[in-house]
Design a protein around this ligand. Structure first.
Ligand code: ADP
Length: 562
């Protein structure tokens, strides 16, 4: 009754938990402690599944990946001070990758701030460089509007403990539900139609057109529209690492295996949801032709202003490509397979694929990177649809893996991303398992990448998630201690090399320690058997693959930057 409602009181923790639920939050990732323990259980009581991590850093990476996979902000909960600092990793990673995330952090008592309170930190100042907006629960809507990114919500301890009558709480919760329901789509840009017309015209007149598909297109769920564009125009496409799968890698117009030729010689590039940043060589010579005309489709106007393309279209990738498709339909064109450009790309791709397959076909033991990646690729492909989510990090493991592993479904690859962040793997796995419960999750990790967040194998076991973590164990970063004797000098010459870890570490035993399944493999047959058993079991597993420490290159393919 109204009388009882007026008499009951609600504290800040319950209010925040219920408001998050009312605003549509389904999952929350974090670590509890002072002052947010109650907030986590109150949110769970209101229907939000709380995934409790061992470190806020991994929880933050989980929330970031969840935002990418679902299009709803991943919510990260952290304790005050040091918890907030650890959480910054995820907040900034989300912003760097343009993925929606809301970090909710408890902070110290406002009354004691400035006098050395427990876990005191000016958290608003500390997080400021990385967030888009700071504004109560409108932050949830803000995380997904315009260019997605990280948002920060600070809740001081005294606010969490404050109480208010149930009737007032109910009104605030209703307001939170409404704020989340408001349309996050950006306002229609006045030049949209003009841009679409120009884009279609440029593509039609191009001699060597190319479609570049970024992870923004994957995020926008533009797969059907882009697939249709590629199929009706016959234009070859090149995905960025996380754009892989928007159009299947197996599609005959994939230019992945002819990347240098495609970007070096295209005369018009339609770039959808990808920044012309370091990953795409800034869109400049020598990798790109100096005369290439870019058509950029991005939800973020500043991005387009920054790059000054020939045609810039501000808008949602799915919507814009649908409009381009409609524009083309009135006057359709299609490059024939015998078109010299298409022929050049497909021939080059086929040659390169044959070369790579020849390398992959060999069973090299002790293992290089190629042999186990081929076996893993085939095991993943044998899973069919829904395809597993592949998580990948490391130097050589990620570089070689990007070329070998096949993505035929959108949003099935998660990797180090725009920042080249190492340590994302286990958090990503947990996010993928809860966001895509029908898919198996397979992480292909360098031993270094795995080590950043290896304790989260306990989290995998606790929630019994269908995640198989494969560790490429080559004794350290790039391959452990590979110094020549004359490089080893100075007072600390007897120390292990900064690149080295304990050789042949028993990473699989970490999983066994918590009751999951561990496998140590050194041969193709052992690997095939471990994959087959663990894929079928759909239970947490670590497969520890011993790799020849001399098989990899320093810095993977980024030697020039080290
Ligand atoms: P990649 O790493 O795949 O090259 P980037 O992270 O560099 O991709 O670029 C992704 C781009 O996608 C960002 O500039 C972002 O603003 C943009 N983006 C995000 N959401 C959308 C959307 N719905 N439609 C179009 N572009 C989007």
């Amino acid at each position: 009754s109204d009388a009882t409602a007026a008499a009951t009181t609600v504290d800040g923790s319950a209010l925040a938990g219920r408001a998050l639920a009312a605003a549509g939050t389904r999952h929350m990732f974090g670590v509890v402690g002072i002052p947010v323990t109650s907030l986590a259980s109150r949110a769970a009581a209101a229907g939000v599944r709380f995934l409790a991590f061992r470190n806020e850093q991994s929880a933050g990476y989980a929330a970031a990946a969840y935002g990418f996979l679902t299009g709803a902000p991943g919510v990260l909960l952290t304790v005050s001070g040091p918890g907030c600092v650890h959480g910054l990793a995820g907040l900034s990673h989300a912003t760097a990758n343009a993925w929606p995330l809301l970090m909710v952090s408890g902070s110290c008592d406002q009354a004691d701030a400035g006098r050395g309170d427990f876990q005191e930190l000016d958290q608003v100042a500390a997080t400021k460089p990385t967030w888009k907006i700071l504004a109560k629960l409108a932050a949830l809507a803000a995380a997904v509007s315009g260019r997605p990114g990280g948002c920060y919500l600070d809740i001081p301890s005294d606010v969490l403990h404050q109480t208010l009558p149930e009737s007032e709480a109910a009104a605030l919760i209703a307001a939170a539900a409404n704020s989340a329901a408001s349309d996050p789509a950006p306002a229609k840009h006045k030049s949209l139609d003009e841009g679409v017309e120009k884009a279609a015209d440029l593509l039609r007149r191009a001699e060597r057109p190319l479609v570049v598909i970024g992870k923004g297109a994957a995020y926008a769920r533009a797969e059907e529209a882009i697939r249709k564009l590629v199929d009706t125009t016959g234009i070859p496409f090149l995905p960025t690492p996380m754009g892989k799968g928007v159009v299947p890698d197996s599609h005959p117009l994939s230019a992945t295996a002819a990347r240098s030729l495609a970007i070096g010689q295209c005369d018009v590039a339609l770039v959808v949801g990808a920044r012309l940043n370091w990953l795409l060589h800034f869109g400049e010579p020598p990798k790109w032709s100096k005369d290439v005309k870019f058509i950029l489709v991005d939800v973020c106007e500043e991005e387009i202003e920054l790059r000054k393309p020939c045609v810039g279209i501000v808008g949602d990738a799915k919507r814009v490509i649908e409009l381009i498709n409609r524009e083309i339909k009135d006057n359709p064109f299609c490059l024939a397979r015998s078109h010299p450009w298409v022929e050049a790309i497909t021939k080059k791709a086929k040659d390169n694929v044959l070369k790579m397959e020849a390398q992959l076909a060999k069973d090299v033991v002790p293992f290089n990177f190629m042999t186990p990646l081929r076996i893993i690729r085939d095991a993943i492909l044998a899973e069919g649809s829904p395809a597993p989510v592949v998580v990948s990090e490391g130097a050589n493991t990620m570089d070689v893996g990007r070329a070998v592993l096949v993505q035929n479904e959108p949003r099935t690859r998660l990797d180090a991303g725009t920042w080249g962040t190492m340590g994302v793997g286990l958090g990503y796995c947990i996010a993928a398992a809860v966001a895509e419960p029908e898919r198996l999750v397979v992480a292909v990790e360098g031993d270094s990448g795995f080590g950043f967040s290896a304790m989260e194998v306990e989290t995998l076991v606790r929630y019994q998630l269908p995640v198989v973590v494969i560790v490429f164990n080559n004794n350290g970063v790039y391959g452990g201690d590979r110094r020549s004797p004359d490089e080893i000098t100075g007072p600390y010459k007897d120390d292990p090399a900064p690149t080295s870890f304990v050789p042949a570490a028993g990473y699989h035993k970490m999983m066994e320690a918590f009751g999951g399944n561990g496998y140590l493999v050194e041969t193709p047959d052992e690997l095939k058997s471990a994959l087959s058993v663990s894929f079928r079991a759909r239970k947490p597993a670590v497969i520890n693959i011993i790799i020849d420490p001399y098989a990899g290159a320093e810095s993977g393919r980024m030697q020039h930057k080290n």
